[in-house]
Design a protein around this ligand. Structure first.
Ligand code: F0G
Length: 523
């Protein structure tokens, strides 16, 4: 059952879609169709029409469709439908494309050239610059607030810390996004889909960053009312302050993220609210572009390793899909290896993949070990618990897609302790592009894999820094503090015993001499 609905086109001539794009009548959008969005501001249609010759066309939904990931099912659905799982079998869904007919660009230079037109919001956006690699929406539906202006510099300090040679380790710094985390990549894609289908309210459960991102997109675009579900006392102040400041309806439930996720699914189903968690397959289309930008930064040469923290497993899933598609359409011939790093206090993937041997097996995975494990968690009332609150998740919603990504990318999974996370975070911060604790799990994981000899010292490694340092000042200040009580309360209680890389403040009296002496001594 493949969706074959042709969407209605509203063009100057009133003619068919192909009339807009004579060079390539299979492309669902073309360079000359101007977006009615300017840097996050949605132009009223009159303004948009006046600005452009015509208001663009809708996508051909036979070229992009949703499909169940289970090989035994493979049911397909139109992109017009709002689904977070397959109505036939309950598995997750992908957004799929008919690449043969779409004829995507055959060289990466196509995307590079767009940068010359960066006054166009779709060329400026680090997500929509790659529109042809996520072509589910017509140009005029695209929502962008300037996300994806990120970079992937080498870090020799972090290279030395992890044990790889200078010039071989890179940090993909997603903290530069408008809301300070990688979530904006996915949110811009989810908002684009929500706009296509006319949603008025959007909800998510969150450990903080998804909610901050949803709140920003609602506030800037005024497209939807944002409703966020958070666990009580579970999200850092940096993230909570964003959601409150941007005006999202914030529902704090008595429970943790896993509880909030279960409730938001029920509520959104019951009230018909658009769900923007990563079970929404359109979210992950946006997150694929993180890998496109990594490749762009590395001169389109795939690295040997991508190392990413694992929480709800949306990123790892999206990265695997990105590389599988790039290989399929012939833009790369080698796929990097993927390392997904759990915090030891929220280590479901590590437990299932590394210890219990759960594999995707071409889609024939026997998920019984996962069910048994979740039963164990319930029986023993074991809750996720880590200073890396962003990844404090025991029931990752994208588990199966992540298993698939690990198969595509010959992946490995590791867990890292609170001590390892905080030390790695301090090392990242010392290099200037600071990150929050969850992000540092990638660096701690890389260090572990180098020590094990899994990652070679000469290999090119990209660690994904998923969220900005300012997201969680509590963890940072507690690590660097001279106040033993603060250290014990925030970190000691979690088994962190030392702060080897702390940069401690120097206390002096309000006296010139003493201040000068302190600077002479330490400066
Ligand atoms: N890093 C940060 C900073 C995050 O906020 C998250 C997830 C992850 C890593 C994990 O990514 O889910 O793709 O494996 N944060 C979600 C949230 C759960 O609600 O903000 P994942």
């Amino acid at each position: 059952m493949q969706a074959v609905k042709l969407a209605v086109a509203r063009v100057r001539s009133g003619g068919p879609i192909a009339a807009c794009c004579p060079e390539n009548d299979d492309l669902p959008f073309g360079d000359r169709w101007v977006s009615p969005i300017r840097h996050g501001r949605l132009l009223p249609s009159s303004e948009a029409s006046a600005e452009n010759d015509f208001l663009a066309v809708a996508a051909r939904t036979d070229l992009a469709f949703q499909q169940c990931i289970a090989p035994a099912c493979r049911a397909t659905f139109s992109v017009d439908e709002v689904l977070t799982s397959c109505p036939s079998c309950g598995s997750l869904l992908d957004v799929e494309y008919d690449w043969d007919r779409l004829r995507p660009p055959n060289s990466f230079e196509f995307f590079e050239r767009k940068w010359m037109r960066r006054s166009d919001p779709l060329a400026f956006s680090g997500v929509w610059r790659f529109h042809e690699l996520l072509p589910f929406a017509p140009r005029e539906s695209v929502v962008t607030i300037g996300e994806g202006q990120t970079m992937c510099p080498p870090s020799d300090g972090v290279a030395a810390y992890t044990g790889v040679r200078p010039g071989r380790l890179f940090l993909q710094y997603e903290g530069l996004n408008p809301s300070g985390s990688f979530k904006d990549n996915g949110m811009s894609a989810a908002f684009t889909h929500a706009r296509m289908i006319g949603a008025r309210r959007a909800a998510c459960a969150s450990t903080g960053n998804t909610s901050a991102s949803l709140a920003v997109y609602c506030a800037v675009t005024r497209l939807m009312r944002g409703i966020i579900f958070i666990g009580s006392g579970k999200i850092s102040y940096g993230k909570l302050s964003q959601a409150l400041d941007y005006g999202a309806l914030t529902i704090q439930i008595a429970g943790d993220f896993d509880d909030a996720m279960a409730r938001v699914k029920e509520v959104s189903g019951k009230l018909g609210i658009y769900l923007v968690n990563s079970v929404n397959p359109f979210r992950l289309e946006g997150q694929k572009t993180i890998m496109f930008r990594v490749l762009e930064s590395l001169g389109w040469e795939p690295p040997d390793w991508i190392v990413v923290p694992g929480g709800n497993l949306g990123n790892s899933s999206a990265f695997g899909k990105a590389f599988a598609e790039l290989r399929k359409i012939g833009l790369i011939d080698r796929v990097p290896r993927l390392a997904v790093i759990n915090a030891a206090g929220a280590n479901t993937l590590h437990e299932l993949y590394t210890r219990r041997g759960l594999r995707w097996e071409g889609g024939r995975a026997d998920l019984a070990p996962a069910c048994h494990y979740y039963d164990e968690l319930d029986r023993e009332n074991r809750r996720a618990d880590t200073i890396a609150s962003a990844i404090e998740i025991n029931r990752p919603v994208n588990l199966t897609k992540c298993l698939r990504a690990l198969e595509v990318c010959d992946g490995v999974v590791r867990e890292v302790s609170e001590q390892e996370i905080l030390d790695a975070k301090a090392q990242v911060g010392a290099g200037g592009l600071g990150c929050e604790p969850a992000s540092a799990a990638s660096v701690a994981g890389a260090k572990k894999l180098v020590a094990e000899g899994v990652i070679g010292r000469d290999e090119r490694v990209v660690c994904i820094l998923t969220g900005h340092q300012l997201k969680d000042p509590t963890a940072t200040v507690a690590y660097h503090t001279t106040d033993q009580k603060l250290f014990n309360d925030v970190l000691g209680a979690r088994g962190v015993s030392r702060a080897s890389y702390a940069n401690r403040a120097v206390s002096v009296s309000n006296q010139l001499d003493e201040i000068v002496q302190a600077i002479d001594l330490y400066g």
